[in-house]
Design a protein around this ligand. Sequence first.
Ligand code: ATP
Length: 234
Amino acid sequence: MLELHNVNAGYGPSLVLHDVTVQVNKGEIVCLLGANAAGKTTTMKTIFGLVKPRSGSVTLEGERIDTVGTDGVIKRRLALVPEARRVFTRMSVRENLEMGAYMIDDRAAITQEMERVYTLFPRLKERDKQVAGTLSGGEQQMLAMGRALMAQPRLICMDEPSMGLSPILVQTVFDTIQRIREQGVTVFLVEQNAFMALNIADRGYVLQQGHIVLSDTAKNLLTNDLVRRAYLGG
Ligand code: ATP
């Protein structure tokens, strides 16, 4: 469904991604693991047209999307849950969700989508009118996910959704990702929490200093020596 093929990308003179090739198939949960500064966020930015590849390509169902701009990517129903959540702090929960649906004209479809999000996150429904900046970290993460779902995405990319959350909320976030997949949405997940990510993913990639050094099923990665040493604490 989504493919990065031999992508080289970076900022100014510095190259961050080196020949990165990643495939995400329809219906999968695929995770990209990597330490700080490995280039995980840069990979996400490249998919969404925020960083332009110097060479290589990004394709969605065979169509080049690295030339269509961020709007073009969103129009093709890819959604991003950005790092550190980035909800609109001065807007209410409902307004944040409405922003997620800005590409959808059909009012009835928006209402239906909002009901779906509120069923998935009853806590957000209770806080419908609350200003997003006053939500807890976990609630803001739910809101960021809900906002992405409002765009009726075919594929959702999440940049470290478990960051900064307590263990019980981390569990909730990963449970939710599985439920999102059950609703037919493909998931590409960037994580430092390798154990949790590999437990819900079908396949995974390991990014080190901008290079993909491993690619395998999640099951094999969980027992892989390099992954165990570098990401699973031995
Ligand atoms: P983390 O887990 O810490 O968020 P990451 O794997 O997501 O890390 P990136 O944010 O992709 O890593 O950063 C990769 C490298 O690119 C880092 O060395 C970073 O300093 C650099 N970088 C990121 N954004 C920019 C920018 N706008 N300008 C210059 N360098 C940047």
